[in-house]
Every structure is written in structure tokens, then in C-alpha cells.
Design a binder for this molecule. Structure first.
Ligand SMILES: [Zn+2]
Length: 121
């Protein structure tokens, strides 16, 4: 997935801003998606020994334990990991986008400041 935004300043002082439509993956951005869909596993996850447990083989993981004793199917477990991973990826994408937008906004502001100074109306 690629999305970018560019600003070109032309030699004659013109400005071109290229803003292709942002395509976002189809995962909710509120973090509640996992809770609703995988409520059982999510509840088990609260009982893991480590609060930052990723349920991928850590000691004292309540989710792995439930998979091993059959109370959670391996399929649900794998789906849970998959969605968790997608959610993380999506959240970092959003964070990066916000950061880029902020930098981009600054760039535009600086550009207009310079332009207005050298070319008052
Ligand atoms: Zn765990």
C-alpha cells in the first residue's frame, strides 16, 4: 500500500500540491474491533501473566493455555493474532500519516510565510 503527498514549488513561485486519495485498510481505528469480535480471547488475554503479552508463546499466556486445553480453537486463535497484527499495522499507519500531515502543514505554512514576505499583496 502506498500513499504519498507531495508539494512542488515552481520556479515562478507557483505551488502544486499533489494529494492522492488516502486508502485505508478495512480495520476499525478505535481499537474496539478485536474486543467485540474476539471477546472470549480478549477476556482470556486479561489473565496473561504479562500485560504486554502478544500470545505468541510467552510464559504464563492464558490464551495459549486455552488453545492447548481446547477451550479456544486454533482457528479462532490464529484469526485473533491476524486481526491483532492488522490492527497494529493500521494504527501505526495512522500515526505515521498524522505525523506526515503535521510536517506537511508546517511546510505549507512556511512556504506561504516566505511568499507573503517577498511578495506582499
Ligand atoms: Zn497471552
Amino acid at each position: 500500500m502506498t500513499e504519498h503527498r507531495e508539494l512542488f514549488v515552481l520556479e515562478n513561485g507557483g505551488i502544486i500540491i499533489d494529494t492522492p486519495g488516502m486508502k485505508e485498510p478495512g480495520v476499525t481505528d478505535d481499537g474496539d474491533g478485536i474486543t467485540a469480535t474476539f471477546k472470549d480471547i480478549h477476556e482470556l488475554a486479561q489473565r496473561c501473566r504479562f500485560p504486554d503479552c502478544r500470545h505468541m508463546g510467552e510464559a504464563g499466556c492464558a490464551v495459549i493455555e486455552a488453545v492447548n486445553n481446547g477451550s479456544v480453537s486454533r482457528e479462532s486463535y490464529e484469526n485473533y493474532l491476524k486481526i491483532q497484527k492488522e490492527q497494529e499495522r493500521f494504527q501505526s499507519t495512522v500515526a505515521e500519516k498524522r505525523k506526515r500531515d503535521k510536517q506537511f502543514g508546517k511546510l505549507v505554512k512556511t512556504y506561504y510565510k516566505i511568499k507573503n514576505r517577498s511578495d506582499p499583496e
